[in-house]
Ligand binder design. Structure first.
Ligand code: MG
Length: 392
């Protein structure tokens, strides 16, 4: 065991290889709050919280995440045993309500540091590896049918992906259904098609167009209505169709999981380490899913290979029925922050072995994408003595 010695945080911005269009806008870069934790033993661990479109996906933004970590979460855990994860989560909850993305980045760094100090993969601290690899989805979000189809055909030929998620909700519903139908027809027999509406529809619109998407051959429909509109989700689940309804923005805490299960408001939960508040809480949400006969899907906030590998480690430990994962974030970025990326083989993501999350952070790459570039704002705390300083 070893005590927590210090933390550093920074925000990095990495451009995407193409614009990524969602119901609430188009992103051209991804922003991350990166956390470096050091233990008294000398072990170092890395964590990350990704956001999609600043504060567009939910309330947290890279800036608010960094602020919560520096002002509240670091003082709450500094000097304590790094491996006492439940105690640390309680301490963070007491000092700071909500802010799950921020908490997840701190916990991710500490799990990495503890696993590395023991020379073991992180999944061994989380229950052990049930899955060696997971089917890997790709998101088609160019906003153009021809470009989407060209991208899907290339991914199929490369044997990287054969589950394709289409982002809809920005156009009129009938236009979206026409686009999805065209893509689904072209890829029929070669790939599974899912759609993500990112909360764009009201209940009546969803009840009208979800059956049309089902008719087009869509396997799974993600968050068709607002995060709070679980009654509409339940009405969709009750429809007689083979298409599954998946909650994403609606499912954050274990209590959300219980409420959704109780209301029969989803067939599948999209799990994301950030929105659940860390890897241990991801397992708690997954436990509710397993108990309620709800499937799970390994979701993404478009993390770098660091956050994607951490997510892969916890997803690899989960029992229950799964529908694959979408940890393709690194492939959407012009560059990464690790030395070598996770392997994708025969349409599946191979869970990386090796100490920690099985990936090695490249500090030169971090520096290259650092928002501050010169003069990184860092917080360094020596066993309870906290000082903020500028370092280059
Ligand atoms: Mg989603």
């Amino acid at each position: 065991m070893s005590r927590i010695l210090s933390f550093q945080t920074r925000i990095i911005d990495i451009p995407t290889v193409r614009p990524h269009k969602l119901s609430f806008g188009s992103i051209q870069q991804q922003s991350y709050c990166i956390v470096r934790a050091e233990l008294a033993s000398g072990a170092v661990g890395w964590g990350e919280a990704a956001t999609i479109g600043g504060a567009s996906w939910n309330e947290e933004s890279p800036e608010s995440i960094q602020h919560a970590i520096q002002s509240y979460l670091i003082p709450a855990v500094m000097g304590h045993e790094a491996g006492e994860f439940e105690t640390l989560l309680q301490r963070m909850d007491k000092s700071c309500r909500g802010n799950y993305f921020a908490k997840s980045a701190v916990e991710m760094a500490l799990i990495d540091a503890v696993a590395r100090s023991q020379g073991i993969p992180a999944y061994q601290l989380l229950g052990g590896k049930l899955h060696q690899q997971l089917p890997l989805a790709w998101t088609l979000a160019t906003g153009d049918v021809d470009k989407d189809l060209e991208e899907a055909t290339r991914k199929l030929a490369e044997r990287k992906h054969r589950i394709f998620k289409i982002k809809i909700g920005a156009r009129r519903p009938e236009e979206d259904v026409a686009l999805v139908t065209e893509i689904a027809k072209a890829l029929a027999g070669h790939a599974k098609i899912t759609v993500d509406v990112n909360q764009a529809w009201d209940g009546n619109t969803a009840r009208r167009y979800v059956p049309e998407l089902a008719h087009a051959g869509v396997d799974l429909i993600e968050q068709p209505v607002a995060q709070w509109n679980t009654e509409a989700m339940a009405s969709l689940v009750a429809m007689p169709m083979r298409t599954l309804i998946m909650a994403d923005e609606s499912i954050c805490s274990p209590q959300d999981a219980y409420a959704l299960a109780h209301q029969h408001a989803s067939h599948v939960f999209s799990l994301k380490v950030a929105k659940h508040g860390g890897l241990h809480r991801t397992r708690k949400v997954a436990a509710v899913a397993e108990a309620a006969d709800i499937g799970w899907y390994g979701g993404t906030m478009l993390e770098t290979s660091l956050g994607s590998a951490a997510s892969a480690h916890v997803f690899a430990t989960l029992a229950g029925t799964h529908h694959g994962c979408e940890l393709f974030g690194p492939q959407l970025l012009v560059d990464d922050i690790v030395e070598s990326q996770m392997i994708v083989r025969d349409f599946e993501l191979v869970i990386p072995d090796g100490p920690g999350y099985g990936v090695t952070v490249d500090e030169a790459k971090l520096a290259r994408f650092d928002r501050a570039r010169v003069g990184l704002t860092a917080v360094h705390v020596d066993m309870g003595r906290q000082t903020a300083f500028k370092s280059n």
